[in-house]
Design a protein around this ligand. Structure first.
Ligand SMILES: C[S@@+](CC[C@H](N)C(=O)[O-])C[C@H]1O[C@@H](n2cnc3c(N)ncnc32)[C@H](O)[C@@H]1O
Length: 320
């Protein structure tokens, strides 16, 4: 019998609380005819396994329902992600399934290997596509797990093509929302909240769970896009996101809430606003925040990449 504990055998990046979260949401979300559960960013399939197992146990499931997993399942040999691929493949003893094709590593065989049981039984379809090429399924999306783009520029492909498939009551899990590299993702999600499209629910590790209030139309998404073009507005949106955590149930707040401030610092640094960075850091400590080991590690990681991973990311994926 397959259990959630089996997901931990798949090397991956989501924590046990997030594994349970995805499983529980996929098991309990009411499914209408032709609904899908959609995931962006599957890697070796740990999160996909949790969603697929949840769908399998969903009492409203019929044979048309599927988990649909989108990932390029590849990265550049010299990009930001290759180190993770090699390290996780070693941990799972699946290095032989990684294929090198010129200057790229393809890990789709690893995903196939771990998820075979679900795909052969028709519960899971997967698409080896860049986000820029990804197209939505027919029917609506009841549950969406967003774990590939950390930048609004790529999130936009999901917004424009997939968000109109969400309906009132659909759930979205933004993985890596509480993450110091996610500044523009945090701001974009905050626009959705501010303009009444979504409600924030609660968090688990870096994941934020939200509920969709009303269906998205293309024109609404254009209005959201215009707000994201204004860099000062993006900074203000991150500030509002930080304030909004006060009224939410946040998992390990001392670790995850400061990450929103770190994301702001990262974004300011990338914009060259170094004086502003020093002000944000002073404010952070003057308002009662204390250092802990995790925060020091996060800050060291930001520094070690010169406060920007964009160039490395552009080696791994097709960007607009
Ligand atoms: C953090 S990993 C996902 C971890 C996974 N959910 C787990 O449970 O272990 C991010 C994944 O997103 C994919 N990804 C990132 N940007 C992408 C893009 N622009 N197009 C397609 N895939 C992308 C990467 O290939 C990678 O597998």
């Amino acid at each position: 019998m397959m259990t959630l504990a089996d997901a931990r055998q798949i090397p991956g990046m989501i924590e046990p609380v997030e594994q349970e979260l995805l499983f529980n949401l996929a098991r309990s979300i009411p499914l209408n005819s032709e609904d899908s559960i959609v995931e962006f960013g599957s890697f070796f399939g740990r999160s996909t396994y949790c969603l697929s197992l949840g769908l399998q146990e969903n009492p409203t499931r019929n044979p048309t329902h599927k988990v649909r997993a989108f990932d390029s399942f590849s990265c550049a040999v010299n990009g930001a992600f290759a180190g993770h691929v090699t390290q996780f493949a070693k941990a799972g003893n699946v290095e032989n399934l990684i294929k090198r094709q010129e200057d790229r590593l393809d890990f789709s065989e690893v995903f196939r290997h771990y998820l075979r049981n679900f795909s052969t039984r028709g519960l899971l379809d997967f698409y080896q596509w860049e986000l820029s090429d990804s197209q939505p399924p027919a029917g609506n999306i009841a549950l969406m797990h967003v774990d590939s783009p950390k930048f609004y520029d790529e999130l936009k492909f999901i917004f424009y093509r997939f968000f109109p498939k969400l309906r009132a009551g659909s759930k979205i899990v933004f993985q890596d929302y509480f993450y110091h590299w996610s500044a523009t993702l945090i701001a974009a999600v905050q626009v959705l909240k501010k303009d009444g499209w979504i409600n924030y629910e609660y968090s688990a590790a870096t994941s934020l769970v939200v509920t969709v209030n009303k269906p998205f139309q293309a024109a609404d998404l254009l209005a959201i896009d215009l707000q994201m073009q204004d860099k000062a507005a993006v900074l203000g949106l991150i500030d509002s996101a930080i304030s909004d955590t006060r009224s939410l149930r946040i998992d390990r707040p001392e670790v995850f809430i400061p990450r929103l401030t770190f994301a702001k610092i990262q974004y300011l640094w990338e914009l060259g606003l170094h004086q502003e960075v020093t002000r944000v850091i002073s404010d952070f400590f003057n308002t009662g925040n204390a250092l802990n080991l995790q925060l020091v590690d996060d800050f060291i990681e930001l520094m070690s990449y010169g406060f920007s991973i964009r160039k490395l990311y552009e080696l791994d994926h097709q960007t607009p």
